[in-house]
Ligand binder design. Structure first.
Ligand SMILES: C[S@@+](CC[C@H](N)C(=O)[O-])C[C@H]1O[C@@H](n2cnc3c(N)ncnc32)[C@H](O)[C@@H]1O
Length: 371
């Protein structure tokens, strides 16, 4: 015979009151299918499964009426509920992590005597920060070996390397002694087991003595820094050699050269306005500039990576791993994606970008600063 659990036992196991279970029974949400000989409610395995779904949706903040609709849906079986719950819980976890990061940032800023603006404080609740933290990052962002070879070559014979704005550890050379610096708790938490030790700090205030490292590198991060020039000078101070991967965001270098920013996302111009030019960054540390070509099948999903694979930008997970898409706001993002979708379907994109099809690598304004 099927084993049943008494209402008291179920309440104890689930950490809810017997009163709650009685209420769920009365409103028809979870009705135990049997009674004990003494007349107490008794829950079958099926009843417990339904209760588990109800409690999980409840914890996610759904109202009882919404939950009733969800668990009564004849098209959703237990496995489908588990998949849906899993997705919702991961989403909630990412949002919580984003808020922790926002709070860490604000605490850090306050400790440095910087007051955040009302806009910055409210971003915690908006989409911008949710994205900015990078819980979506590891899905598409990883070391591109051909670009890594150029970066590692520029590091020369450096044995000790500081990686500033290290994120999840992409491009950290495996054959040198690496120390990472990363201000975001979410990014630090996503560093793989065995990755280089990581210090919570910002580029602008590196907690190291002068000339502590043979080289300092920074990959795809300078545009996030509050004060890029101060950060680069700090790198210069703590290391004999500095290698920085960034982009030339002047009109000729980048905005107009790449079809995505030129034809679909002109709003990016507003984001880079007022930021120091790549030449100013180079001058600040006496660096030379090397172009970095992007292979057509680039493994690292940064903004320009899919220049010959335009369909990729229609994918939500591709866009979520690149902060620009959230920084331009949902309206611009949707408009850009819809226009691109239409142009791909009509053949207009292919017509306009005919010259790209035959290229194996593109020069889209990405630069290595080497000092
Ligand atoms: C686009 S990610 C790049 C991460 C990594 N370098 C990579 O290539 O995958 C930018 C990183 O810069 C970090 N960052 C933002 N502001 C910073 C600052 N002031 N100093 C150092 N890192 C910063 C972010 O937390 C984020 O991890």
């Amino acid at each position: 015979m099927e084993e049943h659990l008494t209402v008291g036992r179920v309440a104890e196991l689930a950490g809810v009151s017997v009163r709650t279970l009685h209420h769920y029974d009365e409103i028809g949400l979870v009705q135990p299918s049997a009674r004990t000989s003494a007349g107490y409610r008794a829950y079958s395995a099926g009843d417990v499964e339904r209760l588990r779904e109800v409690l999980a949706y409840r914890r996610l903040g759904f109202g009882l009426r919404e939950i009733a609709d969800l668990v009564d849906d004849p098209h959703t079986d237990a496995v489908a509920h588990l998949h849906r719950l899993r997705g919702l819980l991961l989403d909630q976890r990412d949002r919580a992590a984003a808020m922790v990061t926002a709070i860490d940032r604000e605490l850090e800023a306050r400790a440095m005597g910087i007051r955040t603006t009302p806009q910055q404080q409210l971003e915690v609740f908006g989409a911008q920060l949710y994205e900015a933290i990078g819980s979506a990052y590891p899905a598409t962002r990883r070391t591109e070996p051909r670009i890594a070879a150029q970066v590692w070559g520029a590091l020369g014979d450096a044995r000790t390397v500081l990686n500033v704005g290290a994120g999840t550890g992409s491009y950290e050379p495996p054959d040198r002694e690496v120390t990472a610096v990363e201000p975001s708790a979410v990014m630090r938490a996503q560093r793989p087991a065995g990755a280089a030790p990581c210090v919570a700090a910002t580029a602008e205030k590196l907690p190291f003595a002068d000339r502590s490292f043979d080289a300092a590198m920074a990959f795809s991060t300078v545009h996030h820094w509050q004060d890029p020039i101060a950060g680069l000078r700090e790198m210069r101070r703590v290391a004999r050699r500095v290698v920085v991967f960034t982009h030339d965001d002047s009109e000729t270098g980048w905005l107009h050269r790449f079809w995505l920013t030129r034809d679909y996302l002109p709003e990016v111009a507003g984001l880079v306005a007022g930021r120091p030019s790549v030449d100013r960054l180079a001058d600040a540390i006496g660096a030379r500039l090397e172009p970095v070509l992007i292979p057509w099948d680039c493994a690292d999903g940064f903004l320009e990576a899919y220049w010959r694979r335009p369909e990729a930008y229609l994918e939500e997970h591709v866009r979520r791993a690149v902060s620009v898409w959230t920084r331009v706001g949902p309206q611009a993002e949707q408009r850009a994606v819809e226009r691109l979708r239409e142009d791909l379907a009509s053949g207009r994109w292919a017509e306009r970008n005919r010259e790209l099809v035959g290229l194996d690598a593109a020069e889209l304004g990405l630069r290595l600063l080497v000092a």
